[in-house]
Write a protein that binds this ligand. Structure first.
Ligand code: NAD
Length: 278
């Protein structure tokens, strides 16, 4: 029987640990505040921002919300970030992506000071990760490492294949698995013989952004499969990048969608916020 990795429970455990830490830090007079910036009215962004506020509340982190209309200029947004960079009360700054087309996301990410870059997207944070130095790590891949560790799955020495090479998931995921001493392959849209490459994996992390693309023909018998994908199908039900029903009898462990990687992203964001005060 495959282990169904319970991301809901693991994320709750992490949030409870953080809540305790925050209470202790408060006794030492140290408090945390996360500034969340949203631009426009994208409904998905509003849901994410709300969930982040709720998580802050649960843990005891103050959340400061800045919601701007779609018409805000790039300069106005950058000025707000610069102001928050200087604000001693603020430990973390998060700009909810995507942004309207007239705003350069790269510029926005680079303007957030690396000391408050709790999303881990700043080039300095990414560079620090790649050379094994301290810095904030992108939340979703950091969450995957926690799922593996807290499920007792050894990474060191394992063949790890990451499908996807985006800056926020695939690349940092590969670097984190390498940091944990996995033998790492990154596969992507131009990879030849993807099935053969994927079948090498003891740990297969899938972040392709294509609903149910990965079926059992990509999976080695007994592999651990981590599904980062999130999609809504025609019946408004959530599914991942992995065809769960097709692979379940071939894996030793798997993350479901929903309830696998998804809840971990916010837990790791909270963890980054707390470590920014520690
Ligand atoms: P992306 O579109 O930026 O990247 C997809 C990657 O997959 C690309 O690097 C591409 O090279 C690769 N790819 C695309 N088609 C392929 C193919 N046919 N064969 C092999 N590789 C292929 O996506 P992303 O931002 O990395 O997100 C990936 C998935 O994870 C999406 O479903 C997204 O919704 C989800 N996601 C979930 C969370 C979470 O909190 N759980 C966070 C971020 C992203």
């Amino acid at each position: 029987m495959a282990l169904i990795i319970d991301g809901k429970k693991i994320s709750k455990d992490i949030k409870d640990e953080l809540k305790e830490k925050v209470a202790k830090l408060k006794q030492e007079g140290k408090t945390a505040a996360l500034a969340v910036i949203q631009v426009g009215e994208d409904p998905a962004s509003s849901v994410y921002v709300n969930n982040k506020k709720k998580a802050c509340e649960y843990i005891g982190i103050e959340s400061l919300s800045f919601h701007f209309p779609e018409t805000i200029t790039e300069e106005e947004l950058l000025d707000k970030i610069k102001e928050l960079n200087e604000d001693e009360k603020v430990n973390g700054i998060l700009v909810q992506l995507p942004l309207p087309k007239h705003i350069d996301e790269d510029k926005v990410i680079k303007t957030i000071t690396p000391e408050k870059d709790v999303d881990g997207f700043h080039p300095q944070s990414v560079g620090a990760l790649s050379i094994g130095q301290k810095g904030f790590v992108s939340c979703t891949p950091a969450g995957v490492i926690q799922l593996l560790k807290r499920s007792g799955i050894e990474i060191a020495g394992k063949e790890c294949v990451v499908i996807g090479r985006s800056n926020i998931v695939g690349k940092p995921m590969a670097l984190l698995l390498l940091r944990e001493n996995g033998t790492v392959t990154i596969a992507h849209s131009k990879t030849a013989n993807l099935k053969e490459v994927a079948k090498r994996a003891d740990i297969l992390v899938v972040a392709v952004g294509k609903p149910k693309m990965i079926d059992s023909s990509y999976v080695k018998e007994g592999a651990v499969v981590i599904d980062v994908g999130i999609h809504r199908n025609a019946e408004n039900k959530l599914c991942g990048d992995v065809d769960y029903d097709d692979v379940i009898d071939h894996v030793s462990a798997i993350t479901p969608v929903p309830g696998g990687v998804g809840p971990m992203t916010i837990a790791m964001l909270m963890s980054n916020c707390v470590s920014s005060i520690e």
